[in-house]
Write a protein of this length. Structure first.
Length: 435
């Protein structure tokens, strides 16, 4: 029974290893295609650079920088493919003079050890790229990039677009400093590029600037309202809303609309004159009443004052303010104005959910859009501003951790094959080593 369980477990492990091997083969096909493309780019770019330099006296400095990263990609992809086919550099002298049992042990141990080394290199390269990415952010994207001088990209110089770009830059700087501070808290022994106090101050400064710049979209909407939408709203009220009011009068109002108007009226009344009148009444009458009943009252002065002001406000509301509010409700700024605001609020909501939101998103898209040819913005007709195309360096270096992780996976797979499917590695048993 125990033997059957072990055999069943081993069979399941074989299937898992075979599935991983199928995945590895598919990945190698993609890498082979990528390697051909990279080699083609390397050859064509070098030839193009030579022709332009010799025949047209044109020197494209960025070609040499680009080829440097292409060589890195070719090296990593080639090393990964060599690991997959077991054609990498290996240590064979030990396995040549070892027994069969020792060879079996080496075929498991060496790939596993190589896997750990490749994994450590992947982690180290990933941390390096993280630091490069944070530096790129904190330097306002003004360093750590490859510039293609001859490839000009154009964008609208609209003020709202410039504010949005500034907002994105400030946000990126804050993220970079926050990530550094977070890493310093997680790993206190790790040396940061700046002191923690400096990083905290920079985070505070950038978040403050970010908050000020965060209104760039609201400012655009305010300007759009004043220049266009406000007039549309007035025309719609005259042509639609006013007719509804003339037909239905107060029956067109919802109960909540009148309650909101009354609450707003009371708030304005109290802040404008009611609070001051209440204080004057307390000083002229309330204090005297308190002095008369203070000895026999169960309340202290503060409690008595609160109750007295409540009763005073209640009486004034009953005798004066309720009539004033009713008069204002029937006046020009009352029921009709209440309906106009409620109708306008509903109308604005419908317009925003339909036409205006789509219009805003289209304008935003046109302002953000990057063009490859000079011209004018189709939205605001301003002349497009051109800048050389810049690509962050950390994007080109992402092949380092990805390549090392793939190599680590392949060494691990070779170790599993030696354990569960030893017949696959008989030809080069024990030859796997550190690439």
């Amino acid at each position: 029974m125990e033997i059957e369980k072990k055999a069943s477990f081993r069979e399941k492990c074989k299937k898992i290893v075979q599935a991983l091997r199928t995945l590895d083969l598919s990945l190698s096909q993609i890498e082979t295609l990528l390697l051909f493309l990279l080699l083609a780019i390397l050859i064509l770019a070098e030839v193009a650079g030579s022709v332009l330099r010799e025949m047209y006296q044109s020197n494209l400095a960025w070609i040499e920088q680009l080829l440097k990263y292409v060589v890195i990609w070719i090296g990593m992809v080639g090393a990964s493919l060599a690991t997959q086919s077991k054609e990498h550099i290996s240590i064979e002298i030990v396995s040549r003079f070892s027994s069969a049992r020792a060879k079996r042990f080496l075929s498991i141990f060496l790939p596993m050890f190589s896997c750990l080394v490749a994994f450590a290199l992947a982690r180290a390269s990933y941390e390096y790229i993280q630091d490069d990415y944070r530096t790129y952010l904190t330097k306002s994207r003004q360093s750590g990039y490859l510039t293609f001088e001859n490839i000009i990209l154009y964008q609208c110089p609209d003020e709202s677009n410039q504010k949005r770009e500034s907002f994105d830059l400030i946000s990126g700087q804050a993220i970079g400093y926050i990530e550094w501070l977070h890493e310093g808290l997680l790993f206190p022994d790790k040396k940061l590029p700046y002191p923690a106090s400096y990083i905290q101050q920079e985070i505070h400064n950038h978040l403050s600037r970010r908050e000020k710049l965060s209104r760039w979209n609201l400012e655009w909407l305010d300007a759009q309202w004043e220049n266009k939408w406000k007039n549309e709203s007035s025309i719609a009220w005259e042509s639609q809303g006013k007719k509804i009011w003339e037909e239905k009068k107060e029956s067109a109002l919802l109960p909540d609309d009148r309650i909101d108007w009354q609450a707003k009226w009371m708030s304005q009344k109290w802040n404008k004159e009611g609070k001051q009148q209440c204080e004057e009444a307390w000083r002229s009458k309330g204090i005297q009443e308190w002095s008369e009943v203070s000895l026999d009252s169960d309340l202290n002065e503060e409690e008595f004052q609160e109750e007295w002001k409540y009763n005073w406000t209640k009486n004034v509301w009953k005798n004066t303010w309720s009539q004033e509010m009713e008069s204002d409700w029937k006046g020009i700024g009352g029921s009709q104005e209440c309906f106009r605001k409620a109708w306008q609020k509903k109308w604005l909501k419908e317009k925003w959910q339909g036409q205006w939101r789509t219009e805003w998103e289209n304008i935003l898209h046109l302002h953000r859009k990057i063009y490859i040819k000079p011209g004018n913005c189709p939205c605001c007709s301003q002349k497009l501003l051109g800048k050389p195309w810049q690509v962050p360096r950390w994007i080109f270096l992402m092949i380092l951790p990805v390549g090392f992780y793939i190599i680590a996976f392949r060494f691990f797979l070779q170790s599993l094959e030696s354990i569960f499917i030893p017949e696959l590695g008989e030809e080069k048993n024990g030859e796997a080593g550190i690439a």
